[in-house]
Design a binder for this molecule. Structure first.
Ligand code: KG4
Ligand code: ZN
Length: 349
């Protein structure tokens, strides 16, 4: 089965062709970073307009790069949520038009589930059926979740962030430090050679237990990044010359990055002990971070569990994970969603 995927949930315009739910034949990602960086973050109106303008050429490029004809496609998949409403709509409209013109099914998928599925791309040697239950850390600009994948299309949310997502905490910190957007890669670059123990930023723990967080999630598996962010804000106010001192900036960036990584790793370590999953999985844009990747590898090795992690290009938003998930779900006989409405707050079920 050959599936075309389209992903426009935030500020990356992407199309990809995936065969048999795992083999990536082509993957095209066009980043809008240049358009948003002067504003210090994603501007939804700019993002959706850029998606509409770029999509026809990006989709055509993905099909051409795959070396197939339009008629070879068996289905179109697109992200319906969570994400920015107007950006999701741009992808959905394009996917609907294509499915109508080519007379093939349209499947609309969950962005978080697609991120999780990214670890199975180009991995015909492994399958969720053999490896589940898998404990997943999914960390992106909009979400930080601990999820137990019990099977394909079967998830149990163990924990979530009670305030900022990990990526958001990095993006906001980079802005405070004058490092630009997107903040995750900027902090990682600035942190090179810095001392991660230079500032002892807080690693959220007790504050979550004492918060008025009203979900039915166990606070022991939840995250909070507002404390570390506020702590950085005070540090920057106290050291106004920081931006002009590259060595000190490296130390502070490394310390902040370490605090975010430790907070994530602490929760994962705790869940590993409690749930004893068969494997550990990592997904989402923040998983491009080398320090976090190394930390997760260390945790998995200590627990003697295999680590499932996608190459960096499949961690950030991409359409290959959307096409792959669609192909895998259809092959497994799952009921496919063809709902045409976008769901900016679509939860993972
Ligand atoms: O998954 P993603 O591409 O989009 C969302 O679904 O949000 O994740 C984007 C997030 C941004 O917050 C970005 O700063 C972060 O991933 N990110 C990183 C790195 N590359 C991207 N964070 C830390 N280190 C990186 N190298
Ligand atoms: Zn994402």
């Amino acid at each position: 089965m050959i599936v075309l995927g389209i992903e426009t949930s935030c500020d990356d315009t992407s199309a990809a062709v995936v065969a048999d739910g795992t083999r990536v034949i082509s993957s095209v990602v066009s980043s809008q970073t240049g358009a948003h960086s002067p504003h210090g973050g994603v501007v939804p109106e700019i993002a959706s307009r850029r998606h509409v303008e770029a999509l026809p050429a990006i989709i055509a490029r993905a099909v051409r790069a795959a070396g197939i004809d339009w008629g070879d496609l068996d289905a179109v998949t697109v992200t319906r949520g969570p994400g920015l409403a107007s950006s999701l709509m741009a992808g959905l409209v394009a996917a609907r038009g294509l499915s109508h013109r080519l007379d093939i099914p349209l499947w609309t998928l969950n962005h978080l589930e697609a991120h999780i599925y990214s670890v199975f791309l180009d991995r015909a040697d492994i399958s969720p059926a053999e490896l589940c239950p898998i404990l997943f850390l999914t960390v992106s600009g909009g979400h930080s979740n601990l999820v137990l994948m019990e099977g394909l299309h079967r998830y149990r949310l163990l924990g979530a962030t009670i305030d900022d997502a990990a990526g958001e905490a990095l993006d906001k910190a980079a802005q405070l430090l004058g490092l630009g957007y997107p903040g995750g890669p900027a902090i990682e670059r600035a942190a090179h050679g810095g001392d991660p123990a230079f500032v002892d930023f807080p690693r959220a723990g007790g504050s979550i237990k004492n918060s008025s967080f009203s979900g039915d999630l166990d606070p022991d598996y939840c995250f909070s990044f507002s404390g570390v962010k506020t702590s950085l804000l005070y540090y920057v106010k106290k050291h106004p010359d920081l931006a002009h001192d590259p060595a000190r900036l490296a130390d502070v960036s490394a310390s902040y990055q370490a605090a975010v990584v430790d907070a994530l790793a602490g929760r994962v370590g705790h869940a590993l002990e409690s749930f004893r999953p068969a494997a550990v999985g990592c997904a989402g844009g923040v998983m491009r971070n080398e320090v976090l990747r190394a930390k997760m590898a260390e945790l998995a090795a200590r627990a003697e569990r295999p680590l499932l992690i996608a190459p960096p290009e499949y961690c950030t938003d991409n359409a290959a994970m959307v096409a792959g998930l669609g192909g895998a779900l259809a092959a497994a006989g799952c009921e496919m969603c063809s709902d045409w409405s976008v769901e900016p707050r679509l939860p993972l079920r």
